[in-house]
Each structure stands twice: as structure tokens, then as C-alpha cells.
Design a protein around this ligand. Structure first.
Ligand SMILES: [Zn+2]
Ligand SMILES: [Zn+2]
Length: 99
């Protein structure tokens, strides 16, 4: 059993894992607020459309309820509620290759 090492291309953090073969892990920096460093809350606009101000939400229809679009997945957006207005992040998880 050796120690694998890799550097996150997004935050520069060095990640160590025990393992025998090269692998890929996901750095957790996408969940961290870049402003204050707190762990952000997952924000899912499709949970309850009524809480976002309308019974019909054109954004939702554009995001996932139509077929044939090139982007069928709804991005998970993280929000940090410590700020006013809240900070919304669309940072994607970063895969880090360890070797
Ligand atoms: Zn990172
Ligand atoms: Zn924050």
C-alpha cells in the first residue's frame, strides 16, 4: 500500500490517498464558498417551483423538461447564505488524478 498524490487544478490543494494504483478523486473545493470558505448549501431549483415566485417557471422548462437539448442535466448550484445577497456558485466538481 503506497501513498498517491495529486494536485487540484482548481484550488491547488494537494490530495493524498492510500492506494496501490493511480485513481481519480473529486476535490471538495467546489462545495466551499470562495468568499468566506464555509461549506455551501446545495441549491436545487427543481425542488419546489412555488417557492421561487411562480407556478410556471420558464427557467425550469428550459433546463430539463424539454427534450432534444444538448444539455439535459441540471447543474447543481451551491449557495452560501452568509452573504447578502447570497452567493451562488456554479463551480463544477474538479477531478484530480492521483498517482
Ligand atoms: Zn480543489
Ligand atoms: Zn460565503
Amino acid at each position: 500500500m503506497g501513498i498517491l498524490k495529486g494536485v487540484c487544478s482548481s484550488c491547488g490543494k494537494i490530495i493524498f490517498r492510500e492506494g496501490r494504483a493511480p485513481m481519480t478523486v473529486v476535490c471538495d473545493c467546489y462545495r466551499r464558498c470562495p468568499l468566506c470558505g464555509a461549506e455551501m448549501t446545495p441549491y436545487k431549483p427543481d425542488l419546489d417551483p412555488k417557492s421561487y415566485g411562480g407556478e410556471r417557471n420558464p427557467d425550469l422548462e428550459a433546463l430539463g423538461l424539454t427534450s432534444g437539448g444538448s444539455d439535459s442535466k441540471i447543474d447543481v448550484v451551491f449557495v452560501c447564505l452568509r452573504h447578502s445577497p447570497p452567493y451562488y456558485s456554479r463551480v463544477k466538481p474538479v477531478e484530480v488524478a492521483l498517482e
